[in-house]
Write a protein that binds this ligand. Structure first.
Ligand SMILES: [Zn+2]
Length: 217
């Protein structure tokens, strides 16, 4: 069963690998950002509640976040697996999710952590380009699209995101490490954590990830 949590700092290569994992293993890539946006525009009871909180400028509680993940992952398209990106972010979320996942038969089977040194992430971020439509990421130095400025997968013009600069990256990294380090030890204890070296290069990393995924199918 490929019930996967994808972890790694911004720029480590999560987006790149999520694209082919979703396609080749036919499991939905679910990012919490997309999930929140979808829920808020859906008009569902839970979505409306979340919209109200976000519009007020408050943080959505762990309880509501877990309820939203539960609703999304209960759907049929997750019956053969899922690739969850951006959740859980905290130990309380991980603990609640463990209980809920068991109830709905969606227990986490693999945690994929792609690590990468800060200096490399800083170097990558300024040359990063993303597809606003399908989410694929590219790098104008190390991973160019076939046609300059155009997404290989869906043909959409690529953009440089406003948050992709050194100052904002450093803040995101500090927050990431603070909340993630405890999660890594949490999943290590569960025996589900698999570490990958983001410096290995996208092709090599794909080979290693494929070996892991194929053995858990
Ligand atoms: Zn695209």
């Amino acid at each position: 069963m490929l019930n996967i949590i994808l972890m790694g700092p911004p720029g480590a290569g999560k987006g790149t690998h999520a694209v082919w994992i979703e396609r080749d293993y036919k499991i939905p890539h679910i990012s919490t950002g997309d999930m929140f946006r979808e829920a808020m525009s859906s008009g569902s009871e839970l979505g409306s509640k979340i919209k109200e909180i976000v519009n007020r400028g408050d943080l959505v509680s762990d309880e509501l976040t877990c309820a939203l993940v539960k609703e999304r992952l209960s759907r049929d398209d997750c019956a053969r697996g899922y690739l969850l990106d951006g959740f859980p972010r905290t130990i309380p979320q991980a603990e609640s999710w463990e209980k809920i996942a068991k109830d709905i038969h969606r227990e986490v089977s693999l945690v994929i952590n792609i690590s990468c040194p800060d200096e490399e992430l800083v170097k990558r971020i300024s040359t990063r380009r993303v597809c606003p439509k399908c989410g694929a990421s590219y790098n104008v130095v190390s991973m160019k699209p076939k046609k300059e400025g155009i997404c290989d997968i869906c043909g959409t013009p690529l953009i440089q995101r406003k948050v992709d600069n050194e100052a904002s990256l450093k803040i995101r990294l500090a927050n990431y490490y603070k909340s993630t380090a405890p999660l890594l030890s949490f999943y290590k204890k569960r025996g589900t954590l698999h570490d990958f070296d983001g410096m290995a290069g996208a092709e090599q990393l794909k080979v290693e990830l494929n070996a892991l995924l194929a053995s858990h199918k």
